[in-house]
Design a protein around this ligand. Sequence first.
Ligand code: NAD
Length: 394
Amino acid sequence: MDLPGDVAEVLATSYREVSVQVPLRRDDGSLVVAQGYRVQHNGARGPYKGGLRYHADADLDEVRALAALMTWKTALLDLPFGGAKGGIRIDPATLSQRELQSLTRTFALSLSHVLGAYRDIPAPDVNTNAQVMAWFMDAYSSRHGYTPAAVTGKPIEMGGAPGREAATGRGLVYVVEAAARRWGWDLTGKRVVVQGFGNVGSWAAREFAALGARVVAVSDVRGGVVNDRGLDVDGLVRTVSGGGSVTEIDVAHTPIGLDELMTMECDILVPAALGNAITEDNAAAVAAAVVVEGANHPVTPAADRILADRGVRVVPDILANGGGVTGSYFEWTQNIQQFRWREERFNAELGDRLQSAFTQVADRAEDTGSSYRLAAYSIALDRVARAVRLRGYV
Ligand code: NAD
């Protein structure tokens, strides 16, 4: 790319990294002091944008890596945003709803001076959802006045956008449809394995099933289930939306271990749980034709090389799960205009943007003989580097 050294130097570190204590009074009267983070990697192309995750393993270094990923993702999708990420190091499964709300409000207020509709706009990520975003938006608005555009992924009643909740999983399938057209694939009957049946995984599974593909295995943190003739995805969604695990479905299936599921023979493997799901330990055994990264950073660099050597195609995270932030962009624009789109318009715009991003990546990969990941990064880096120069940062 001939990226100038001074630009590279700016992009190698974050613009701002905030680490805050988030004290929480538990229901039993005891005090927990959790650590919260917000990292703003680069804002040359627009306000910072990125999710908030509540997880026992969240730390500054992980948040930093995910913030940079958002810079490349928003640039690749050509959205007017920079990249950020945040989180709290806590296991929310141990908290009551009151505790979760209190934690979220304290976190929002302690970060509010670096956030805002034109400054930095959080969204849901692992273990956070529309309800958490509603509390976050309310706490922010209590200090700054009613500002729905300060947070995305909100409930529809509070300025959320119809289509946003499904956008990451649905967008992933739009990208796969564009890829299938380019590769001459018919998706009907294709075997799909999904690791992680949360927001991204469950919506991707639903959309694959709607296209006639066969979702043969899915998992969540408690275990996996398989049915070679295709799982009943609607049944799985019903079980999970009632608070259950995929392992509790009452439709035909056999159990499978979490590690075993990753190496099942299939056409499309969608890691949609957490990072580092495919490493040098299991990459040689992955038996999928294509890996589509629903999660952020599910394939380590070492595993990426092994998959490439074995001819397994990888559709990278910044493209495959870019539907989430694209949907957030639509929500943000609707909030600013105080105008609501119908879901059909939302999905049509989502499909257009993702399919166009896929075409740009595939063209660049073919022109340069590189992987989709390298092609996606080089397009994104190019755009960010230009903006950094035009802004006069270096
Ligand atoms: P979520 O919390 O809704 O779901 C995560 C799922 O993964 C749950 O079903 C959980 O049980 C499962 N899981 C956790 N560890 C597992 C393991 N070891 N094996 C199998 N399953 C496991 O989270 P989400 O919003 O669906 O996010 C999933 C991934 O997608 C994350 O990497 C996130 O950063 C990324 N992502 C999310 C969005 C979004 O809009 N939600 C957008 C872009 C990227």
